[in-house]
Design a protein. Sequence first.
Length: 159
Amino acid sequence: MKRTTMFKVCCFITVCMAVSVWAFANMPGPDPEDLWQYITQKSPYTKWSFWPDHQGMQPGRAPHGPLHKVYVNDHAVNSAKPPVQYGAIAVKENYGEDKQLKAITVMYKVKGYNPDAGDWFWVKYTPAGKAEKFGKPGGCVGCHGTRAKNDFILVHEFE
Ligand code: HEC
């Protein structure tokens, strides 16, 4: 390889590494307050996408309530097959029959957080952002774990 080509390749690799370090440095830790800050201030989840097969308000099952919307960030929607990319976040707004927001449940894929169960960090927030449950709650992990092959995701089927 010519020296100039070598130099260009090295520059390219350095830039890629810097960008990925920067991107991850900007991601919250597995901490309910950091994550709330991130999804409401730094990267408001209401500006994210829906899965193509799960758009807008949808009927749901127990224990989450009768109606919901599931917002997903780029790391999630850009994942063509399970497991999804690290940094993926799904934010689920849970509504009552009266269309009032009752709770916000979140799954956040954090490298090394819980390798036995898909490395997901789970949180259930009140609409005001108070974390009622978080971490690796047995309920969340157990029920979503029935679809471990689909990376614990229930509303979207990867093809
Ligand atoms: C008894 C089963 C069950 C338990 C327990 C459960 N979930 Fe779910 N979850 C579901 C089902 C079913 C869906 C699909 C949407 C619906 O029907 O509401 C879902 C969807 C979700 C989604 C949308 C992403 C996806 O998987 O499609 C998130 C986020 C979520 N749940 C978070 C949580 C959190 C956080 C907890 C624990 C506090 C939890 N869930 C506990 C059954 C469960």
